[in-house]
Design a protein around this ligand. Structure first.
Ligand SMILES: [Mg+2]
Length: 230
């Protein structure tokens, strides 16, 4: 039986997509980016696609945090002919200030934490930046649910590296066999937990089907379904 629950933060509990979008929309208006783009949706799509690619590269250790932070805002500007690194840096700072103040949670996240909290020590296992992730937990008032917050920068390894999970086990004095990981990224959360010998619940909101579809211990598309497992 499981005694410890590890949970990813972004897009598993904290609605990263909604929060990122509303933060960038505010900056888009403030910086009058409408002069350059057809509309916010166009800007956001270009940003989101590039951002995802950059996070993949960062996850593989191919680029630095600084390169990721700059390039994701510089790239959309370049697409409409603006070569302005300074503007991209400003947007990046504004974004990192604004984003962690946003409070949209994934549907049923709060209820799930209320349900799990009395029965399992809960640990966040996240690849996000330290200064950002703690502010998110505070803003949406879910910090108190977690016995530990394990972030890649502190663990010295990024998911799917098993060392970040082993660091979490160590903090909890837990063993892999009594631990389960809940996360929305197959590559980071599910593969990572597998690498560390930890069972997994793959939370796939869009019921995403991949060639790996069946290889998670459990697969759900709503957080409510965790109640059938834990
Ligand atoms: Mg995630």
């Amino acid at each position: 039986m499981y005694k410890y629950v590890f949970i990813d933060l972004d897009d598993t509990l904290w609605d990263f997509h909604a929060n990122a979008k509303s933060s960038l929309h505010e900056i888009y208006e403030k910086r009058n980016l409408g002069h350059y783009f057809d509309n916010f949706e166009q800007y956001f799509q270009i940003y989101a696609k590039r951002n995802l690619e950059l996070w993949e590269q960062y996850g593989k250790g191919a680029i630095t945090k600084e390169a990721l932070s700059l390039e994701r805002f510089l790239y959309p500007l370049k697409q409409v002919g603006i070569e302005d690194a300074e503007l991209a840096i400003k947007i990046g700072h504004e974004y990192l200030d604004l984003l962690p103040t946003r409070t949209a949670l994934v549907s049923y996240a709060k209820e799930l934490l209320d349900y799990l909290y009395p029965n399992y020590p809960l640990t966040i296992v996240s690849n996000g930046f330290i200064e950002v992730q703690y502010r998110k937990l505070k803003s949406c008032q879910i910090e108190q649910y977690f016995s530990h917050v394990v972030l890649s920068e502190a663990a010295g390894a990024l998911k799917p590296d098993k060392r970040i999970f082993e660091y979490g086990l160590e903090l909890n004095k837990a063993i892999a066999a009594e631990t389960i990981m809940i996360g929305d990224s197959f590559e980071s959360d599910i593969r990572g937990a597998q690498n560390a010998g930890i069972d997994q619940i793959f939370f796939s909101l869009n019921n995403e089907v991949s060639e790996n579809f069946n290889s998670a211990t459990y697969q759900i598309n709503r957080l409510e379904e965790v109640l059938e497992i834990l």
